[in-house]
Design a binder for this molecule. Sequence first.
Ligand code: URA
Length: 239
Amino acid sequence: MRLDKLLSNMGYGTRKEVKQLMKKGAVRVNTEPVKDAALHVDTEKDEVTVLGERVVYKEFMYLMMNKPQGVLSATEDKRDRTVIDLLDAEKEIYELFPVGRLDKDTEGFLLLTNDGKLAHNLLSPKKGVPKTYYAHIEGIVTEEDTERFLEGVILDDGYETKPGELHILKSADISEIELTITEGKFHQVKRMFEAVGKQVIYLKRLSMGSLNLDERLALGTYRELTEEELQQLMQISGE
Ligand code: URA
């Protein structure tokens, strides 16, 4: 990769600003000062420093966000704010996108990355990655619903869902549940409840595979995955 591109991607300024740094002798490759912006560096082998600070090249970025309501899980939209609009400007260079979709009024766990292969694997119906949701349901959720979800329910378009694991946390006029499903059909949780004559009035995703939403993340905030979480993610996606 060209040296100026590498430094610009890693947040050392525009290509022009990076050139200025080089002119000043601030940039070294394998301890040698370099002034040639077009120099090709091997990001695995070459040691690049700026003012003595090692530049560690990262191609991929993985963020966990606690998505708030009212924001679209898309990269851009003419009318509404998107989850990408919630990121710091310095993340722009990574060209992140959300892995899968949560409805505008759904909160919770959302993964953002620029790793297309991983995203593809996580969303592949073949992998059947489990996703767990917490919801408030209008009406009394019963054991019969649990059984029906286990068998799979027929959605409004005639599609029969795979088994869903429903746990009733509170059965009341407004019930509280947790539901784990291994698919990601459009509005799936809402439509599964509609199939048993009930309505979801609040929905939050808690987890994807073994990755749980970090409850310390306030709505609309995010953090990078830890090394351990990243390993788990790679396992889930079969990498
Ligand atoms: N199911 C839904 O109905 N909505 C979501 O946002 C996610 C799953």
